[in-house]
Design a protein around this ligand. Structure first.
Ligand SMILES: O=P(O)(O)OC[C@H]1O[C@H](O[C@H]2O[C@H](CO)[C@@H](O)[C@H](O)[C@H]2O)[C@H](O)[C@@H](O)[C@@H]1O
Ligand code: UDP
Length: 780
């Protein structure tokens, strides 16, 4: 049937933006189709419409460009939009997160009740409706017995949830320990635990082992439920090991990973003992997503600086395999909040709250009781505001909802007492017999109560010290269309990137600034409030959780397509058996071998800071290759040539004793077996430029730690492969500018920019191997 790409000639738009645009169109159509279907089952019109749409979107493949495994690529692109009949359907999505959207409470041996879990991740994913999603995760409870496990699995299945059963010890080591005591503070710039450092260091390895074990347990459940074509979307810092486990089991699985917290600067990530293992495991995913561009940039930078891999605008490349890295800012289901405000139940709440706080402005904080949320800082800033503005004492109230979280972790227990202590002190100081300035609640609220609270608030106060996104700020904006209150927002929350224009941005560490922002917000004229609110409201209602999930999954599907397209460009691996057969069957053989990185000893992680630069710079023939190379060179039917950019002395040192042809400086010099060096260098090669280029190279070498330059007979090479990659690139750009505008502006030279080097050589000194061809042929 028309439009069914499985049957016809596959056609894929060649570039990503075109493909994603098409994808977007299809998605829109899919939505329209679904709403049609809801109205009238099996509507013929929609089928026709679908065909029209697809016909309009026919990208032609240029002649001769038949795609490598194009069918598979098209299948990947169309996954999620076609049934075999060509009808759109919902793509199966396996969402894997530490926490299920519901927490289980045991009521009897085989009976369970389920309660919705709090937290941004749950809120965001509940807003996702376009996919046939199943959620795999931990139910937040220990279920040691089989009867209980079976009953809970059944109860959860009705909510399309699949449990991973973790025992108490694993939860303690993996969740309380490695996730919440190590990774969480580290990713939020609070560093590795400071107190009792030795004890932490000792338990670190066992916690990391438990972390890996728990991730494997998640993987086992995914593998059990996975069906071909499913998208597996792994979430958060709890599951950094999961992409690797999944890909090892099935390399074809479409795996995405998204981090809900910040990803810190590579300098912070470097302190983590398991830094490399974690990065490599995440890189096994096809697509890696973050809330903001900054977090994505930090991740790529950690991969380049710590692992020595290549960072590109697309992501991270490791030996031809690209892991795409991009920013996908999350949103909320804004309609759900807006609709809730109309409910009589919520209206009643609103009325009650208005009466309760009449005559006072309401300030609101809603946070999990977590050190990253900056609750003490917020309360201290409020205290300072009261101190400095006595006229506001009985005219403003701060409602702080502090949802208990991770209560088994000692740091969180300490925070609870600290906050209680400060609140008590301030209420004692500024309270009266009938009113206190701070209402602090150590519990969560249900959705409707929360909406009412958002709606009556005059100023919302978000003072996170770091926060992946912070959905509370979005939810507040969504509920404020009649009141148009003010949002004071920490510049360290991801949300500051999207709501920064309408909010008052503050540095939560600067108590004075936060206190004066409170005053500014409370006194803000209506016109300014409206303008600011409008800006944020537009953003919150147009960047929803649904869009976030669809964009991520669509990019993940596309990443697979792109990988298929890229495969066309990679030359196929040498079929070793065929090569050996031909080799054995031939009488005259010419073998041309590279030297550096072909015959040299491998160095662990080249380019990495702290890598073994000395060893790598030495350029020594790999000891294990010496014997086989000798045998090859002594075979009368075989001529072996080593071609290198290095100069003659390096090749002499390594191959002096072999019956071998050597080509130094990329063929400028040639030495036949046991013969003397010859050259094709023109007699009057103009080398006047060398000194001035050398000066420039010296200048940049001095200013670029771990860079060096080599002076060869016909060229000069500045090499920064051991330097900081990003700095090296910047320096190279600057260096080229200096060269072009100065010493080489009129010289007869070629400048060759390598991936981590700059070479200047006389014109005509290029790969000279061709000119030696006849000599080799004569030998053979
Ligand atoms: O499951 P818990 O240990 O109780 O913690 C709750 C969740 O906290 C974190 O939420 C983050 O995700 C939000 C949505 O992307 C984001 O807005 C917020 O800034 C983050 O802190 C955590 O990342 C989740 O995994 C937890 O479930
Ligand atoms: O009593 C409460 C307070 C908050 N939340 C929800 O918890 C989430 C908090 O998400 P946020 O991104 O602000 O921070 P996180 O807690 O995930 O770090 C929001 O969706 C709130 O609606 C909740 O369900 N009950």
């Amino acid at each position: 049937m028309p439009g069914n790409k499985y049957n016809g000639h596959p056609s894929i738009p060649p570039n990503r933006v075109e493909r994603l645009l098409r994808d977007r169109e299809l998605r829109r159509f899919n939505r329209t189709f679904n709403s049609f279907e809801e109205l009238s089952d099996g509507n013929r019109e929609s089928e026709l419409l679908e065909n029209d749409l697809r016909d309009d979107n026919n990208w032609d493949v240029p002649p001769g460009e038949e795609l490598f495994d194009a069918e598979a690529a098209v299948r990947a692109l169309n996954d999620g939009y076609e049934r075999n009949s060509g009808m759109p359907f919902k793509q199966r999505l396996l969402v894997v997160a530490n926490r299920l959207p519901v927490s289980a409470v045991r009521r009897g041996e085989d009976s369970w009740s389920l309660e919705i879990s709090a937290g941004g991740l749950v809120s965001a994913l509940l807003g996702v409706k376009e996919f046939e999603a199943k959620w795999i995760g931990w139910a937040g409870v220990n279920v040691p017995d089989e009867i209980g496990q079976r009953a809970l699995s059944k109860a959860l299945a009705e909510k399309r949830c699949i449990p991973v059963f973790l025992d108490e010890e694993i939860v303690h080591q993996y969740y309380n320990g490695y996730c919440n005591n190590i990774l969480w503070p580290l990713f939020h710039y609070l560093g590795l635990p400071q107190e009792d450092r030795l004890a932490t260091t000792r338990s670190f390895q066992s916690q990391f082992d438990a972390y890996k074990k728990a991730n494997q347990m998640f993987a086992d459940v995914v593998n059990e439920h996975y069906e071909e074509g499913d998208v597996v979307w792994c979430h958060d810092y709890h599951l950094m090991f999961l992409p690797k486990c999944l890909k090892e089991y099935n390399a074809k699985m479409k795996v995405g990973w998204f981090l809900h917290t910040p990803f810190p600067s590579s300098e912070i990530h470097r302190t983590l003992p398991s830094r490399s293992e974690l990065l490599r495991s995440v890189l096994a995913a096809d697509l890696v997503g973050f809330h903001t561009y900054d977090y994505a940039r930090h991740f790529v930078s950690a991969c380049t600086r710590i692992l020595g891999l290549e960072g590109t605008p697309e992501g991270v490349e490791d030996q031809g395999k690209l892991t795409r890295v991009a920013a996908f800012p999350i949103g909320i289901d804004s309609e759900r909040f807006i609709r809730a405000l109309e409910l009589p139940k919520v209206q009643d709440h609103i009325k009650e709250l208005k009466e309760r706080f009449s005559g006072r402005k309401v300030m609101l904080g809603v946070d999990r009781l977590d050190m990253i949320k900056g609750i003490p800082q917020k309360i201290l800033a409020f205290e300072k505001f009261l101190e400095e503005n006595t006229s506001w004492h009985d005219k403003v109230v701060l409602l702080q909802i502090a949802v208990p979280t991770r209560t088994d972790v000692p740091e969180y227990q300490k925070l609870t007492s600290q906050v209680h202590e400060i609140v008590g002190r301030i209420n004692g100081r500024f309270g009266t017999l009938t009113a206190v300035p701070i209402h602090h609640l150590d519990r969560s609220l249900d959705f409707h109560a929360l909406c009412a609270l958002y709606a009556v608030t005059d100023v919302a106060l978000v003072t996170s010290l770091r926060d992946g996104m912070n959905l509370v700020s979005y939810e507040f904006v969504a509920c404020q269309d009649s009141k148009k209150g003010v949002l004071i927002l920490s510049e360290f929350a991801g949300a500051a990137q999207s709501l920064g224009a309408g909010a008052i941005l503050v540095n939560p560490w600067n108590i004075t600034e936060v206190a004066s922002s409170i005053g500014y917000a409370l006194n803000m004229p209506a016109e300014e409030r409206e303008k600011r609110h409008h800006h944020n409201f537009m953003h919150v209602t147009t960047h929803t959780a649904q869009d976030w999930a669809e964009t991520f999954v669509s990019e993940l599907n596309d990443t697979i397509v792109e990988a298929q397209l890229r495969m066309r460009q990679v030359p196929p691996l040498l079929p070793v058996e065929v090569a050996v057969q031909h080799y054995l069957g031939s009488r005259n053989r010419l073998l041309i071998l590279g030297f550096n990185a072909t015959l040299t000893e491998p160095v662990e992680t080249p380019g990495r800071r702290g890598g073994d630069q000395i060893k790598e710079m030495e350029l020594k023939l790999h000891p294990e290759l010496k014997e086989p190379l000798k045998i090859l060179c002594n075979d009368p039917k075989t001529t072996v040539v080593v071609v290198s950019g290095s100069d003659r002395s390096v090749l002499d040192d390594n191959f002096g004793d072999y019956n071998i042809w050597l080509a130094a400086e990329n063929g400028m010099f040639l030495r036949p077996t046991k013969g003397e060096w010859m050259t094709t260098m023109p007699e009057h090669l103009n080398m006047d430029w060398v000194d001035s280029v050398k000066h420039v190279f010296e200048y940049f070498t001095e200013r670029t730690p771990r860079s060096h330059f080599e002076l060869r007979e016909t060229s000069l090479v500045w090499n920064y492969k051991y330097a900081d990659v990003e700095f090296g690139r910047l320096q190279a750009r600057d260096l080229l500018q200096h060269l072009w505008t100065g010493p080489i502006s009129n010289a007869a030279v070629d400048v060759v920019q390598g991936s981590r080097s700059v070479e200047v050589r006389s014109v005509g000194v290029t790969k000279l191997i061709g000119s030696w061809g006849r000599l080799f042929t004569a030998e053979v």
